[in-house]
Design a protein around this ligand. Structure first.
Ligand code: SF4
Length: 404
């Protein structure tokens, strides 16, 4: 059996209480929600919380993607924290509608709004009624509350909560079948999203990709500034996800309440399949098998050739990487994908850590490494202090994870 460490079971130095994280190995939950909403067309995000949180998200995402990132804020101050933030939120929604004219506004709640307990769904409902009355129900954007207290989870949970909130709010009762599959690609980069779209196009599959950050977070240079970048999943596409043949959702953490595929299956009878992020050979095979089985379309030769070249490269690199002992850390789904690839390459991961991690994380990792007999230390809810301790104690040779 692998060793699974949890914070309360660790013997920490006396200066650190056992429940305190030192430099947590995770990102803020709302930032995952912002990322998901940036993949929806004509959408603006409003963070209900303090100005500093919105600034942090803009700054962090702009630095990562090298794109202008707009995140509006309800700018809660001390007064809002004491008396409630309803007035700020309503004013923020009015400003966003006036300045951006979006088709959808995602209202993401930060730690402050969650802690003071603002009833955001109620505030939004009353605001929607007010503007519907004032405009005779024309030009009323969807306003979607996304509850993301960061002390509950990580970026991964924020991403999934946003998607789940979107489909709950937007998807209409099933109409005529549209012959598409819904693809939830997981927490992937704009280049990954472009690759998946290209693959589905070449396979001749009609699809709805949610979210689609391929253009919105990697836009071409334009002559003029566009407040909301082009691209993203159209609101109408999300509305008709109930008409699809099936849903393929990537990421092992997409289970239970977090799963879009599960929601669409339970609510509208759309069959769903959850697989790991398509990283490495086995997970990519599973993705392609799911797509081809559900649509009846064969895999184009170019992808069979690409698979063969990957296998060839893995065999070539195997003699260098066999038996190496990396530590792998980051968001849970990404860690699972990279661990699968590392094990396929013959490595023996010594430490596997994530700052979040759902209840099934350790079990899924044990299944991946167990097939090859590796016995890593698995650390859910990790901070970098724990990771450092385990890296030193377990003769780790190198680290695989994010650098910031
Ligand atoms: S206070 Fe909460 S919402 Fe704001 S940046 Fe920090 S973790 Fe994120």
């Amino acid at each position: 059996m692998s060793a699974i460490y949890r914070k309360k079971t660790l013997r920490l130095e006396e200066s650190k209480p056992a429940v305190v994280a030192v430099n947590p190995c995770k990102m803020c939950e709302p930032i995952g929600a912002v990322f998901a909403l940036k993949g929806v067309a004509d959408t603006m995000v409003l963070l209900h919380g303090s100005q500093g949180c919105a600034t942090y998200m803009r700054r962090h995402m702009a630095g990562h993607f090298n794109e202008p990132i707009d995140v509006a804020s309800s700018s809660l101050s001390e007064k809002g924290a004491v008396y409630g933030g309803e007035a700020n939120l309503v004013q923020g929604l009015r400003n966003v509608i006036k300045s951006y004219r979006p088709a959808l506004i995602g209202v993401v709640t930060g730690c402050l709004a969650e802690t003071i307990g603002d009833d955001v769904p109620r505030i939004i409902k009353e605001f929607e009624q007010e503007i519907a009355d004032a405009t005779n129900a024309t030009n009323v954007p969807y306003i979607v509350p996304v509850s993301t207290p960061s002390y509950r989870g990580s970026q991964s949970e924020g991403f999934r909560v946003a998607l789940r909130s979107l489909v709950e709010r937007l998807v209409s009762p099933a109409g005529n079948p549209n012959g598409k599959i819904n693809v939830i690609p997981g927490d992937c980069s704009p280049a990954d999203a472009r690759y998946i779209k290209d693959l589905l196009d070449r396979t001749g599959v009609a699809y709805t990709l949610l979210p689609d950050v391929s253009e919105t977070l990697d836009a071409p240079m334009h002559d003029s500034f566009r407040p909301i970048p082009e691209g993203g999943t159209a609101v109408e596409e999300i509305e008709s996800m109930s008409d699809a043949l099936a849903t393929v959702e990537c990421g092992g953490s997409a289970s239970g309440e977090m799963s879009v595929a599960g929601f669409l299956e339970r609510s509208y009878g759309v069959p769903g399949r959850v697989i790991g992020l398509p990283i490495g050979l086995a997970n990519t095979d599973r993705f392609l098998e799911a797509v081809t089985e559900l649509t009846g379309r064969p895999v184009p030769d170019r992808y069979m050739n690409e698979r063969g070249r990957l296998l060839d490269a893995m065999v070539d690199a195997h003699k260098v990487l066999f038996g190496r002992r990396p530590a792998i850390y980051g968001e849970a789904d990404l860690v699972e994908g990279i661990t699968t690839l590392a094990v396929e390459m013959g490595m023996e991961p010594a430490v596997i850590a994530t700052g979040g991690g759902d209840a099934g994380f350790a079990g899924r990792i044990e299944r991946i490494v167990g097939e090859r007999g590796a016995r890593p230390v698995i650390i859910p809810e990790a901070d970098f202090r724990e990771i450092h301790r385990q890296v030193v104690a377990n003769e780790v040779e190198f680290l695989i994870g994010n650098s910031s």
